[in-house]
Design a protein around this ligand. Structure first.
Ligand code: XMP
Length: 489
């Protein structure tokens, strides 16, 4: 798609991803880059326009102003842009306050005349030469300015979630100011990426590890569309999956979807590797290393497959994983294919649906790579895994029966390593305690604790204690997600 896209420069916080997704939802293609990246990269990328977003006090990338393409800076970035152009703040005029705003006629505000907005902060500025105010609040302040000649725009507010005016401003910027075309659709992506994969792989063969998660499943479907049965999927059963999951993955891929699938039963190898480990960080590392060792062996056993496919998605790249470095050392990057690396999670789901992935896979909960090893506190033993799987299955079943699964992003059981006193069949016991955790997505990248009905929790606790000898206590984890991780290990 040549350079028909907007480059979003991220100075930290969730806003950049939100804006990039908002534009993509309106079919304008976007890519995200850190504000601190080498400015030479901005030029090499050669976007049609640049959006700078984020509240962090990072210096504004002046290089972005000299590329000759339009720039829109939002929130704190707008203040730093005008400062980079020579203005000095005359102080804060509005702080955490709503006001009505009147837009002056200009391409950015096409179709808009006024709107109610919430301002986190508006500063006063004596505008440098070339800049003019392009909007006024009820109080007479100017929260938006532009150098129309250089096509530089600064808005001291955001295009917030569910804000139709914000969506209009973003699409005006993309289309009317930068000249972008709304061409980004997942259907077109499928066509383009299929051709790209076919060019790259030629008559070759590819191997791809699948976990049964949405990303690797959707990626496998795309690869299969491109190279048919020259794709072989590898499913490593590490013995750390939830009850029924290995069967679901195997039956769906090998049966329903007729993908060529190798199943590696590595349950004993992982148990052996995890023996004696109690620290979650060590357990995570052990699972990852064992997984990589097995993949390497599978690769060596299939020398005919010269390509290795990974289901990396955009958020994995934006977070930037250390895992990637380890991986790069083991596999020749020239042979790596990452066909969905530029897609956001919602786009990956859409891709999966368009390519016929069943809902049992597209609607699955996110599940950590190290699996139950990090939900089983202390040393991972076969006995503890059995208890955990059973309790987790009961919790999942009751959540599904109650319909709560529709509002929860993740819900699972954790087995604590503590033994607590109880009674079973008239005998005193000292069995394990189990913890339930349920969270729901809030905003772009936030989570909040699922407020489950008490009756439901009561039923789940009763069933776990009655049906799982070995667990005699059940707790519900209500720690807010801001400072407490979703996972226990
Ligand atoms: P935390 O516990 O960090 O989890 O709040 C955030 C989300 O990431 C998932 N998670 C993982 N996913 N590999 C994964 O693929 C991992 O190692 C991993 N650890 C946590 C977690 O389940 C939650 O959805």
């Amino acid at each position: 798609m040549d350079n028909d896209f907007i480059l979003v420069l991220d100075s930290g916080g969730p806003e950049a991803i939100e804006m990039a997704r908002k534009l993509r939802n309106q079919r304008y293609y976007t890519e995200i880059m850190s504000l601190g990246a080498d400015p030479a990269l901005f030029e090499r990328k050669s976007p049609r326009g640049i959006l700078v977003v984020g509240e962090n006090e990072k210096p504004f990338p002046r290089a972005a102003l000299d590329l000759g393409v339009p720039v829109l800076a939002l929130g704190g970035a707008a203040r730093r842009m005008i400062e980079a152009c020579g203005a000095v703040s005359e102080g804060v005029l509005l702080e955490n306050q709503a006001s009505q705003i009147t837009f002056q006629p200009c391409p950015l505000f096409d179709q808009l005349s006024e709107s109610d907005r919430y301002f986190t902060r508006v500063d006063g500025f004596a505008l440098p030469d070339g800049f003019q105010s392009i909007a006024t609040t009820l109080e007479g302040y100017s929260p938006a300015f532009a150098d129309l000649g250089r096509r530089l725009y600064g808005l001291q507010f955001y295009a917030e979630s569910n804000d139709p005016d914000g969506a209009v401003i973003l699409s005006n910027f993309a289309e009317k100011i930068c000249g972008c075309t709304p061409i980004w659709t997942i259907a077109d992506f499928i066509e383009e990426e299929t051709r790209f994969i076919q060019d790259r792989v030629g008559d070759g063969r590819a191997l791809m590890a699948i976990s049964g998660g949405v990303d690797s499943s959707a990626c496998a479907m795309l690869m299969r569309r491109a190279i048919g049965d020259r794709l072989t999927c590898v499913f490593i059963d590490n013995g750390l999956l939830r009850a029924g999951e290995p069967e679901l993955v195997y039956n769906t891929f090998d049966g329903e979807l007729s993908l060529k699938l190798i199943r590696v039963d590595a349950r004993e190898r992982f148990m052996e590797r995890l023996k004696g480990l109690t620290d979650p960080v060590e357990k995570r590392r052990a699972v990852y290393e064992e997984y990589m060792a097995i993949l390497t062996e599978v690769g060596q056993a299939h020398p005919e497959a010269e390509f290795f496919v990974e289901g990396t998605i955009y958020s994995d790249l934006l977070v930037g994983g250390a895992a990637d470095e380890v991986y790069a050392r083991r596999f020749d990057p020239g042979k790596r294919l990452e066909p969905i690396r530029m897609l956001f999670k919602d786009e990956v789901r859409q891709l999966g649906e368009l390519l016929g992935l069943p809902r049992t896979l597209t609607a699955r909960q996110p599940f950590p790579g190290p699996g139950l090893a990090i939900r089983c506190m202390g040393e991972v033993t076969a006995e503890k895994l059995k208890l955990l799987r059973h309790a987790d299955a009961i919790f999942r079943e009751e959540i599904m029966l109650s319909g709560q699964d529709k509002r929860l992003t993740q819900y699972f059981a954790v087995l604590d390593d503590t033994r607590t006193p109880g009674r079973r069949d008239g005998q005193y016991t000292r069995e394990y305690a189990c913890v339930l955790r349920a969270v729901t997505e809030q905003g772009v990248s936030g989570y909040t604790v699922g407020k489950l009905p008490y009756d439901l929790l009561d039923r789940v606790a009763g069933r776990i204690i009655a049906e799982v000898p070995g667990i005699d206590r059940v707790a519900y984890d209500i720690s807010p997600c801001d400072n407490t991780d979703i996972e226990w290990g």
